[in-house]
Design a protein around this ligand. Structure first.
Ligand code: 5GP
Length: 206
């Protein structure tokens, strides 16, 4: 069994319920660390520096890129978003499972750097349900909802690049399934070199 933490990337359509799933996962199990991204976008009402994001200037962001302090980054709707390297690497080395809630371009960069990372794509059970949830939020204009639906069409092209789809039907079920998916990664044979070597040694000694 691998002593390092499992790195999990969670992406999904806007309105799929990623945020709610992450909150419930962190509340239910105490073995996860959620990475806080850096971004150049302005905080929304109620958001705090260091809690939702590290809100930084474009210059600061570009210095982080130049100093190789980001594991991945992407431009999304005119802003930069990126994952600070140090927090992720330190937690993984300490055996803590790390969660990244990032969009598709970032997810693919992570898979390149960490082939053992688990990529999970969250989707509602149907397109009609996605639209219903976006409308139900009541926070967006019809124009923004149409934009999000159009973006969902683009993002759906990438669903196949993920390791797992997570259908967000019932929240509790979904959280349990995500937890089990992540934990089962510890027993992937390709991640268990030490256990296999130990077993081989013991077998020869018997
Ligand atoms: P929002 O501005 O709504 O908070 O986030 C916009 C998008 O950026 C979401 O899809 C979110 O998952 C993604 N995102 C947040 N942090 C990061 C990051 O560090 N890297 C990348 N690639 N995407 C991110």
């Amino acid at each position: 069994m691998n002593n390092k933490g499992v790195l999990t990337v969670i992406s999904g359509f806007s309105g799929a319920g990623k945020g709610t799933i992450m909150k419930a996962l962190l509340k239910t199990y105490d073995r996860y660390a959620l990475s806080i991204s850096a971004t150049t976008r302005k905080p929304r009402v109620g958001e705090e520096h260091g809690r939702e994001y590290f809100f930084i200037s474009r210059d600061e962001f570009e210095s982080m890129i130049a100093e190789d302090r980001l594991l991945e980054y992407a431009r999304y709707v005119d802003n930069y978003y990126g994952t600070p390297k140090e927090y992720v690497v330190n937690n993984l080395n300490a055996g803590i499972d790390v969660l990244l809630e990032i969009e598709v371009q970032g997810a693919l960069q992570i898979k390149e750097k960490f082939p053992e990372a688990v990529l999970v794509f969250v989707t509602p059970p149907s397109a009609a349900e996605l639209k219903k949830r976006l409308v139900g939020r009541g926070t967006e204009t019809m124009e923004v909802i149409e934009q999000r639906m159009a973006r969902a069409i683009e993002e759906s092209e990438w669903m196949k690049a993920y390791d797992y789809l997570l259908i967000n039907d019932t929240l509790d079920e979904c959280v349990k399934q995500l937890h089990e998916t992540i934990q089962s990664q510890r027993y992937r044979a390709s991640q268990c070199d030490e256990l296999i070597a130990e077993m081989q040694k013991e077998l020869k000694e018997l």
